[in-house]
Every structure is written in structure tokens, then in C-alpha cells.
Design a binder for this molecule. Structure first.
Ligand code: NAP
Length: 266
């Protein structure tokens, strides 16, 4: 008889339609792993942790609203996740629960596919959870940062943790930057006709972490200016790829997982 599969899950509230089960399960199938991945809705982080221990789940992908509150229940948290102040991944090592953050890895890997980061300057538009993860990732790479946010006080707070400059959203201040990253939901379905900025300097690289639609208005404007662009699926794909490795110990079948993301989005 076939052994019971090792179970992983994405946890959140509400969990809605998450692409993660389709993406991870396709990866397991591709490699013939006896793993299964599902979506679980929990209102409280503690309930999610208790369930993980009770059912001996191998891994959790953690999403809103648990990324910060769940940290108190973990035995070990890796240093970058501690700096970021949020985990998006939990691995259950025989009852010991360890936390990681793969969001920043996903964002940085997708940027590095297009541009080297040495001696570069980047503007992050937004100062929420994703901005924080990407900010720490870029800081680790030695990138000079400017945080711009609608609520300037929040830009100031994030900039003080990153020891960098900040301002409100202001396209006039970003002219000499190499990389521009939108981490706000502006441009996301159903508001596809919106862009956080409309004036983009020529020659820079523009990343939008919104992935629905795949090509946001910001990216269309950037392309017209001759800029290289990075869509939001890169960050999503590579954070999942890193989780796959943490959960299974195997290299993820990247092309298969990417194909599933594109299918899900279409
Ligand atoms: P968050 O913590 O709630 O932060 C949202 C940020 O967007 C804040 O800085 C907020 O500014 C700004 N913002 C929201 N509405 C705005 C508006 N109307 N005008 C200007 N600024 C606005 O959210 P998050 O977790 O960082 O996620 C942000 C976006 O990234 C979401 O769309 C999410 O789906 C996407 N995301 C994508 C990936 C991926 O893998 N591609 C991963 C994570 C997140 P204030 O401070 O002024 O409120």
C-alpha cells in the first residue's frame, strides 16, 4: 500500500483562490514525490501552529494576516526573516518549527535575471510588508535605496530600519535611479488603468510585483520608454521555488511551476 503523503499547506485568512496548491503540487508530480499541498484557512496563528503539530504537516507557506503574529510560536527564525520582521515559510523538523522568509529571495532572484546589483541605486514605491522584504534583500546586496510611500511616516519608519532615504511618491526624485520597484497594489485587477507613477526615467529597470494583470500599466509605460521590465510572477515563482526546496530538500522543477502559474493567471 502507498505510504501517506507528506503534507504541506498555505495558511491565511481569508485564503481565497491561492495559486500555491496548483504550483507546489505540479512540482511534486513532476518529480514523482509523495507530497501533497493544500490551502488551509485559519483566523488565528496559534490554531494554524497547533494543527501543524497535531497532523505533523511538513511545511507551511504563510500569508496574510499571519506573517508577523506566527513568529512567536517558532523555535528558530533565520536572520534575514528576523531583520524583515516577517516569515512566509515554516518547516517542521520532527516537531521543531523553523521560520524563513523567501519573499525577498524571490524578488532579488527575479531582478538579478535582468540586472547586476553591484553599485546600483533602487527606488521602492510602497512601504508595506513586501517593500520591507525587498528592501532588506536589496540592502544585503549593497544597493543604495530610496523608499517612497503615500504615507510618508511609514516610508520614514522603513527607511530608518534600512538606513536609507525616503519621501512621498515623487517621480521628480527618481531620475538617477537604476531600478524602480512598485510594491503597492496600484494597477492590480480590477484597477488595471492605474499606475503609481506615470513618469519613468529612460534606461532604468522597472519591476512591478503585482502579477494580475501580468503586464501592468506601469510596465507598459516603462516598455514604451525602452526600459527593461520584470513582472510580478518572477517574485512569486522564486519564493515558491525556495519553499519547495525547504519542504522537500529537492531542487524545484522551475519551468513546470512557471507554466502552472501562467496557466492559473490566464
Ligand atoms: P501592505 O503591507 O498592505 O502594503 C501596501 C503598500 O501599498 C503600502 O505602502 C501602502 O501605502 C501602499 N498603497 C496601498 N494602496 C495605495 C494607494 N491607493 N495609493 C498609494 N499607495 C498605496 O501590502 P504588501 O503585503 O506589501 O503587498 C503589496 C502588493 O504586493 C499587493 O498587491 C500584493 O498582492 C503584492 N505582492 C506580490 C508578491 C509577489 O510574489 N509577486 C508578493 C507579496 C505581495 P500606505 O502606507 O500609504 O497605506
Amino acid at each position: 500500500m502507498k505510504n501517506n503523503p507528506t503534507i504541506c499547506a498555505v495558511i491565511g485568512y481569508p485564503i481565497g483562490h491561492s495559486m500555491s496548491p496548483a504550483v507546489h503540487n505540479a512540482g511534486y508530480e513532476e518529480l514523482g514525490l509523495n507530497y501533497s499541498y493544500k490551502a488551509l484557512e485559519f483566523q488565528s496563528s496559534l490554531l494554524a501552529i497547533n494543527e501543524m503539530k497535531k497532523r505533523n504537516y511538513r511545511g507551511y507557506s504563510v500569508t496574510i494576516p499571519h506573517k508577523v503574529s506566527i513568529m512567536q510560536y517558532l523555535k528558530k527564525i533565520n536572520s534575514v526573516a528576523l531583520d524583515i520582521g516577517a516569515v512566509n515559510t515554516i518547516v517542521n523538523e520532527n516537531g521543531i518549527l523553523n521560520g524563513y522568509n523567501t519573499d525577498f529571495i524571490g524578488a532579488i532572484r527575479s531582478i538579478k535575471e535582468v540586472i547586476t546589483l553591484k553599485d546600483k541605486k533602487a527606488v521602492i514605491l510602497g512601504a508595506g510588508g513586501a517593500a520591507r522584504a525587498i528592501g532588506f534583500g536589496l540592502k544585503n546586496e549593497g544597493v543604495e535605496l530610496l523608499i517612497q510611500n503615500r504615507t510618508v511616516e511609514k516610508a520614514k519608519l522603513l527607511a530608518s530600519s534600512l538606513s536609507c532615504n525616503y519621501s512621498g511618491i515623487n517621480p521628480n526624485l527618481i531620475k538617477n535611479y537604476d531600478i524602480i520597484i512598485n510594491t503597492t497594489p496600484i494597477g492590480m485587477y480590477p484597477n488595471e488603468d492605474m499606475s503609481i507613477i506615470n513618469d519613468i526615467p529612460k534606461g532604468c529597470v522597472v519591476q512591478d510585483i503585482v502579477y494580475n494583470p501580468l503586464e501592468t500599466k506601469l510596465l507598459r509605460i516603462a516598455k514604451k520608454k525602452g526600459c527593461k521590465t520584470i513582472s510580478g510572477i518572477g517574485m512569486f515563482l522564486y519564493q515558491a521555488v525556495e519553499q519547495f526546496k525547504l519542504f522537500t530538500g529537492r531542487e524545484a522543477p522551475i519551468e513546470k511551476m512557471k507554466q502552472v502559474i501562467l496557466e492559473e493567471l490566464s
